[in-house]
Design a protein around this ligand. Structure first.
Ligand code: F0G
Length: 482
């Protein structure tokens, strides 16, 4: 969507939809939010949604559906085996990606489980531009390792680079040679690279990387969960692609890969997932894992209603009016906060606005989870639920020491078509307030630390009474009831 021009001021992001169904929000007073944070063990995953004003935890499974998606749900064909809905979904994906075989799965991590089980042996090395938490956990669970070869600039928080998710091609080739191709079961490229700020990969980089893996006979896998954002960025930032349609770009990308999987909680705006496999024999070699872990091969653990919605959602993922919304709102948020002096990941990517906690609360040591503390502060001061994407989201090294994340981020996700500009303004305002009171924030420590994916269910406590002090300062500025 080209920006809508304004007569009296600069363009602002414009919602290209109207609201048809609403959900009432609840803004608890600050003292109650402090109590809820304590009850949640200073882990935003443990908060109840009814206690949250702006739920910016994730864009996963919480994107707004369109009227067309909802109406499609009515024609869902419920059948244990042979559901017509499945064939419609398979046909739609084949039409878009040019890949014939589909293994359905209940969500993205289920696809990662199937791929890891099929391909990863102890000692193997899976090469990625950057890991995603669940993708990595499945590989390490099976004794594999992950090498992250995103270009160094991808980890620099303030930048103007358009494609910070690009993999370093020299490092890729060197890594293959060092590991030997036999020890690399696949390369996984992640579109819209989640953990470094929803940063895209260029088509040119995907092409060059897959040329290298093909040369060495290594399978190439695309994680397309955030592909809709990446498509938008390729069309708007990659000069050679700007005259191509999103459908053409998607097809050019798809043609590069042997396997493409996605979380339908993101790509498709519904809830589900799937693996597209180009080679028939490879497809059959994974087939048995679907009925064993997911459900029969024609639903894979998904509700058929969601599958019908997703079929429409896939087409909507190619509509620039729709896929421009997230990036435009994120850019607005990032630019406003950056101009105020808040260290942000720039340029804004997809998925959400990302705050560089390592700079905002640079006085908190990494072993006290700076991003984890900042995300709690934002809930206390505004009822905004973000997600920690830093050391807390990592797993410890085998010897029990902390594995420090290369970036300490607080992610404020902007689920698609959900929030308005005034709500976004509120968030910007509260982030500014927290930034100006950052010296009041201190660290966290674990009181219950699960071994795997500890960020989901772990419980923490503050290292001092800083949350009370922060709440008192907030009350002094905004009153008791805000
Ligand atoms: N790959 C990427 C790039 C993701 O962002 C996610 C999920 C997954 C795979 C796993 O998919 O949740 O359907 O099992 N990201 C969510 C998030 C959880 O909040 O960023 P899933």
């Amino acid at each position: 969507m080209p920006e809508i021009k304004f007569y009296k001021h600069d363009p602002i992001p414009m919602e290209m939809h109207k609201v048809k169904i609403v959900q009432k929000l609840n803004l608890l007073p600050v003292d109650e939010r402090l109590k809820k944070m304590q009850e949640a063990g200073f882990n935003t995953f443990q908060l109840h949604n009814g206690d949250i004003f702006m739920d910016m935890l994730t864009d996963s499974g919480v994107n707004a559906m369109s009227d067309n998606m909802q109406s499609a749900m009515l024609r869902a064909d419920d059948a244990y085996a042979g559901s017509e809905t499945f064939y419609r979904m398979n046909d739609k994906l084949t039409e878009l990606f040019g890949i014939k075989y589909l293994l359905p799965a209940h969500q993205g991590r289920a696809c990662e489980n199937i791929l890891a089980q099929r391909f990863v042996k102890p000692g193997n090395c899976v090469i990625m531009n950057y890991h995603f938490t669940t993708a990595k956990a499945h590989i390490t669970r099976l004794g594999g390792r992950v090498e992250e070869l995103v270009k160094d600039e991808g980890l620099v928080s303030k930048s103007t680079l358009p494609f910070k998710g690009n993999i370093d091609l020299e490092k890729l080739e060197a890594c293959i040679l060092k590991e030997t191709p036999e020890n690399v079961p696949y390369m996984r490229l992640e579109a819209g690279t989640n953990l470094i700020g929803g940063q895209p990969i260029s088509y040119e980089n995907m092409k060059a990387a897959t040329d290298i893996t093909r040369k060495y006979g290594i399978l190439s896998v695309l994680d397309a969960s955030l592909l809709q954002d990446n498509l938008y960025f390729i069309k708007t930032r990659e000069e050679s692609m700007k005259d191509k349609s999103t459908a053409e770009i998607l097809r050019m990308i798809a043609d590069l890969f042997d396997i493409i999987y996605f979380s339908g909680r993101k790509f498709g705006f519904a809830r589900g997932g799937g693996i597209l496999v180009r080679d028939e024999a490879l497809f059959h070699s994974m087939e048995d894992l679907v009925p064993m872990f997911e459900g029969f091969l024609t639903y894979g653990g998904m509700s058929v209603k969601e599958m019908e919605a997703m079929i429409i959602g896939f087409d909507e993922s190619l509509d620039m009016d729709i896929i421009s919304q997230g990036p435009q709102f994120i850019k607005y948020c990032v630019d406003q906060l950056d101009a105020y002096g808040v260290p942000m990941i720039t340029p804004g990517g997809g998925l959400g606005a990302h705050i560089d906690a390592s700079q905002v609360v640079s006085h908190i040591p990494q072993e006290q989870y700076p991003a984890g503390a900042l995300v709690c502060a934002l809930y206390i001061c505004g009822g905004i639920r973000g997600m920690e994407r830093g050391t807390l989201s990592e797993e410890r090294n085998a010897d029990g020491s902390e594995r420090f994340a290369s970036m300490e981020l607080v992610r404020l996700a902007l689920p698609r078509r959900v929030f308005t500009l005034s709500q976004t303004e509120y968030v910007i305002d509260r982030v500014k307030w927290v930034y100006d009171h950052r010296h009041l924030i201190e660290g966290l420590r674990f009181v219950h630390e699960p071994k795997t994916l500890r960020f989901f269910t772990g419980r923490l406590e503050p290292v001092s009474d800083w949350p009370e002090k922060l709440a008192a300062a907030y009350k002094a500025d905004f009153g008791e009831d805000q």
